[in-house]
Design a protein. Structure first.
Length: 327
């Protein structure tokens, strides 16, 4: 039976203007499939012609060892990425379990070697599933109208985005970290769907899966400056001293060579927190997608380490998958 994912209680934060403009949407649910828990968007579930899902951490055959209170802890996890610490056999078993739980066991799986780019691939036939080989194409977005093909992207903090066009029966899977977001990869993917399939943005349904939240995602001046240069409303997506960092008006007192403190004791440079969900939502709306057709899981990978993988928090960790395909 589906269950609502409970959000951990965190201290209240000032809501940004972008967050206040987000329309309410139905809560996402986790569908249990044996030991696995699969997150799904209610809006995409209603489309009976597609399969989709976002994997979570529990229920796999991989063993991840971590330190907890100074002691080593071994945990069984559903790692779906070819990481150095895991065995290939376990990863393939995990993938088979996940695809079967989606009801996509007989579909061709299409994956990429993700490189934080704006490279987009149209899929007209199956590409190699094994994203660990040099022959696998590089890129960070896939789109198709082919039946029987399952598009997948891997994440462990970046935002996985699934798009579906109910009118043209086209789908896309996108991997958006800060670099992909900066390069508007989600809008460019939508543009390719519009150009090649006749997709109208106002028809598209978008689901933004679990990723690192603004509560935990600190970035430095270089990121703030790049976003300020690309987006007139970038300030809405940041919390902290964005204006000073983006305009080179940073307080010089933090600069190591201007302090009287000994080496190694200087205060850290100022940081801001970036909301990748709000940024990609804003980019989608700017591209013509109706706000009511955009939903997100509301889950932060760094906050919910019992349910999700977070590279920024753990460093040695697994990879989740977001998948979508046409039956």
């Amino acid at each position: 039976m589906p269950s609502t994912i409970a959000k951990k209680k965190t201290p209240p934060r000032r809501r940004t203007r972008a967050q206040k403009q987000i329309p309410p949407s139905a809560p996402w649910r986790a569908r249990s499939a044996g030991e696995l828990r699969i997150l799904q968007s209610p809006e995409l579930v209603r489309l009976g012609w597609l399969v989709h899902g976002f994997s979570t951490r529990p229920g796999g055959t991989s063993t991840l060892k971590t330190l907890c209170d100074g002691r080593e802890k071994a945990e069984s996890v559903l790692n779906l990425g070819f990481t150095d610490w895991d065995e290939r056999e376990h990863i393939l078993q995990n993938r088979a379990k996940f695809f079967a739980a989606l009801g996509a066991g007989k579909m061709w799986v299409v994956a990429l070697r993700q490189i934080h780019s704006d490279i987009i691939h149209r899929v007209d036939a199956a590409l190699p599933e094994d994203a660990s080989t040099d022959s696998t194409p590089q890129g960070d977005a896939l789109f198709t109208r082919e039946r029987g093909v399952l598009l997948v992207v891997q994440t462990a903090d970046c935002i996985p985005i699934l798009l579906a066009d109910p009118k043209r029966r086209a789908v896309a899977a996108i991997h958006a970290g800060w670099r992909g977001t900066l390069s508007r990869i989600v809008a460019k993917t939508l543009g390719r769907m519009q150009m090649e399939f006749g997709t109208r943005p106002e028809d598209v349904i978008a689901a933004l899966g679990p990723g690192i939240g603004q509560c935990c995602y600190e970035v430095g001046p270089e990121v703030a400056k790049e976003f300020q240069a690309q987006f007139p409303n970038a300030r809405d997506w940041f919390e902290g001293p964005f204006d000073s960092l983006a305009s080179d008006e940073t307080d010089p007192n933090w600069l190591p060579w201007l302090t009287m403190k000994p080496p190694g004791h200087q205060p850290p440079p100022p940081r801001v927190r970036l909301d990748l969900i709000a940024a990609n939502r804003g980019i989608l709306v700017g591209a013509g997608v109706a706000p009511r057709n955009i939903s997100s899981s509301g889950l932060c990978t760094a906050c919910r380490s019992e349910l999700l993988f977070s590279f920024r928090r753990e460093r040695t960790t697994g990879r989740m998958m977001a998948a979508i395909g046409i039956k």
